[in-house]
Write a protein that binds this ligand. Structure first.
Ligand SMILES: [Zn+2]
Ligand SMILES: [Zn+2]
Length: 163
């Protein structure tokens, strides 16, 4: 999870898997403060199922509530720490399907509830030479979902696909 200097209070109404049974009406979805994730605690270690705080998206990000995520060989490279820049703990996964449940302040093109997916490409900078040629997949500063940031949390909008 990345630090967010622009932490906003939770929005009042969101899609969610868990419900607050104490104060919310039965049909009013309320997001839990925590989420379950499968995490690699350190390079080469076994997976851990953990409870993590639900992050708020940065201004240029959306948050996705993950409904399903494939697992492929590249996730083993995350688990074994093959990528030199990877930091642990890390939640692997780059074949994400879910729906947007929070939208950053500067995001106009997406809204809560939209069904979306995210793949390997986790974002690009728009400013390097490759990006300026429209070759975003070869961005010098490209991020990879599940390697540079945790699967299931905030995603740069440039990496989100409508389903
Ligand atoms: Zn894959
Ligand atoms: Zn770039």
């Amino acid at each position: 999870m990345r630090d967010s200097p622009d932490v906003r209070p939770p929005k009042a109404a969101r899609s969610a898997r868990s419900r607050n049974t104490n104060s919310a009406p039965p049909d009013s979805p309320v997001m839990s403060d925590t989420m379950r994730a499968v995490e690699v605690p350190e390079s080469g270690a076994d997976f851990d199922v953990v409870e993590k705080s639900v992050p708020e998206p940065d201004a240029d990000e959306v948050r996705i509530s993950v409904e399903a995520c494939g697992v492929c060989h590249s996730d083993e490279m995350t688990k074994e720490g093959v990528y030199p820049r990877i930091e642990f703990p890390r939640v692997p996964g780059h074949e994400v399907v879910g729906h947007i449940d929070a939208v950053g302040d500067d995001v106009d093109e997406w809204s809560e509830g939209e069904r979306v997916g995210v793949g390997w490409h986790g974002g690009h900078c728009f400013t390097c030479e490759a990006c300026r040629r429209g070759d975003f997949i070869n961005c010098e500063n490209a991020e990879v979902t599940g390697i540079d940031f945790d699967c299931s949390v905030e995603c740069k909008t440039a990496s989100v696909l409508e389903l």
